[in-house]
Design a protein around this ligand. Structure first.
Ligand code: SF4
Ligand code: SF4
Ligand code: SF4
Length: 249
């Protein structure tokens, strides 16, 4: 199992990681011209990014000019998006990556609703998009690391065996991910010597999410156990299925 480690103390907010992500994933703006002006232009454009979209798999959340951090999919160990996908279109791979299979996806959109970190975004084709941990790079050649890791000039991003990354976290006062302080045992780990509150670090935003699919299979028992969250999930699910059936994808 691999892990992406983000050292917040080293991150300068330069956005090279965003540009590299866009280039690898063929999003806009790509670096069309690899001279200094071309790279500068792409970085300037990437500065406008402040939320996930079908064109932004990663962005820098900026509390203020001094306090910021990179966000992307957390690649959870037991992901809500996987558990709640009725089409089994999202897979957690042994290398840590959580990846959407667009061919299998039925466009229900539950993954986007249940993700505790607010990550997947439904694109215009009604298929979710998100960071893939560069699955297509890291499986192509084991020596390759994710594009954002390779591009980071400050070495704020590390990629490697999750046990090695967990060991590395012992140097820091504050850790989130990899099973430390997170309920989702994510394959992405944040480390810092500055308290997370100072940068407005958004840990999981939704807690105790119901397994909506279980609620659908066993409605009475699940609703008793899970309460309101399952009801919300069921409502989202049935409305979405209705729209899909009506051809309003
Ligand atoms: S962060 Fe959200 S999209 Fe990513 S693996 Fe976890 S539940 Fe799925
Ligand atoms: S791991 Fe790949 S897809 Fe994810 S943010 Fe980094 S470059 Fe983008
Ligand atoms: S490339 Fe590295 S230093 Fe620059 S914003 Fe991304 S993580 Fe931070």
């Amino acid at each position: 199992m691999k892990s992406l480690l983000i050292d917040l103390d080293k991150c300068t907010g330069c956005r090279s990681c965003i540009v590299a992500c866009k280039s690898w994933n063929k999003l806009e703006p790509r670096i069309e011209n690899r001279d200094q002006d071309g790279i500068r232009n792409a970085v300037e454009k990437a500065k406008g990014t402040d939320k996930f979209s079908d064109n932004e798999f990663t962005y820098i959340y900026e509390k203020d000019i001094k306090n910021f951090y990179k966000r992307q999919c957390m690649h959870c160990e037991d992901p809500q998006c996987v558990k709640n996908c009725p089409a089994h279109a999202i897979v957690k791979y042994d290398n840590g990556a959580v990846v959407v299979d667009k061919e299998k996806c039925e466009g229900v959109g539950l993954c986007a609703q249940v993700c505790p970190f607010g990550v997947p975004v439904m694109a215009v084709d009604k298929k979710p998009v998100k960071c893939t941990l560069c699955y297509d790079r890291i499986t192509q050649n084991p020596a390759l690391e994710p594009a954002c890791v390779k591009a980071c000039p400050s070495k704020a991003l590390k990629f490697g065996d999750i046990d090695e990354m967990r060991e590395y976290t012992s140097k820091f006062k504050y850790v989130y991910g990899g099973g430390v302080n997170d309920s989702y045992n994510s394959s992405v780990i944040y480390v810092s010597d500055i308290p997370f509150e100072k940068i407005d670090f958004k840990v999981a935003e939704i807690h105790n999410i119901a397994n909506v699919l279980e609620a659908i299979k066993h409605p009475v028992g699940a609703l008793t156990l899970l309460g309101g969250a399952a009801l919300v999930g069921l409502k989202i699910y049935s409305e979405r299925v209705k729209k899909v059936k009506e051809g309003k994808r």
